[in-house]
Design a binder for this molecule. Structure first.
Ligand SMILES: [Zn+2]
Length: 162
């Protein structure tokens, strides 16, 4: 069975007891969370979020630059007034460089991706600090509280980075 078929089946069960069809569009807790797409990280469960609570913007590494478009929409059109950056231990972004993935794309896909910044990093803590700085310095981002955390895939805990 394909995963698509599996999610259709899982969704039928979810929808059968669904009772949140009248939630407002803007996030109730007025927060945008920028998180890595890592499969081991479930922001809703790890951070106690329910449907309607937050914008959870996910990408490889949970990078701020990649999330900027969504953050601007979140703040300007949907009223969020706080940002949380959530990276995590054992992140795949620690395992390669731009040169490595660009070379793989040249070899495997016969394409040139030299113009794409894949935003890998060599230091976990620094990656959070860099993204906090990008958000605080951006002219497109409101002056709102921005907090960074590292999620430990080993323990389920978050550790504040400052
Ligand atoms: Zn990651």
């Amino acid at each position: 069975m394909s995963v698509a078929r599996e999610v259709e089946s899982a969704n039928a069960k979810y929808a059968a007891s669904f009772n949140k069809g009248d939630l407002p569009l803007p996030p109730a807790r007025k927060v945008a969370i920028v998180a890595c797409m890592d499969a081991r990280l479930d922001p809703a469960r790890a951070l106690g979020l329910e449907e309607g609570d937050a914008h959870v913007i996910r990408n490889a590494g949970g990078r701020a630059t990649d999330a900027l478009r969504s953050i601007v929409i979140s703040q300007q059109l949907l009223g969020t007034r706080e940002i949380i950056v959530l990276h995590h231990t054992d992140c795949g972004m620690l395992t390669f460089t731009d040169d490595v993935i660009r070379h793989k794309i040249r070899t495997d896909l016969k394409q040139n991706a030299d113009h794409i910044a894949f935003l890998p990093f060599g230091d976990l803590r620094q990656s959070v600090l860099d993204d906090l700085a990008i958000l605080k310095d951006s002219e497109l981002v409101l002056n709102v509280p921005v907090t960074g955390y590292l999620y430990e895939v080993e323990t389920g805990r978050i550790v504040k980075v400052e």
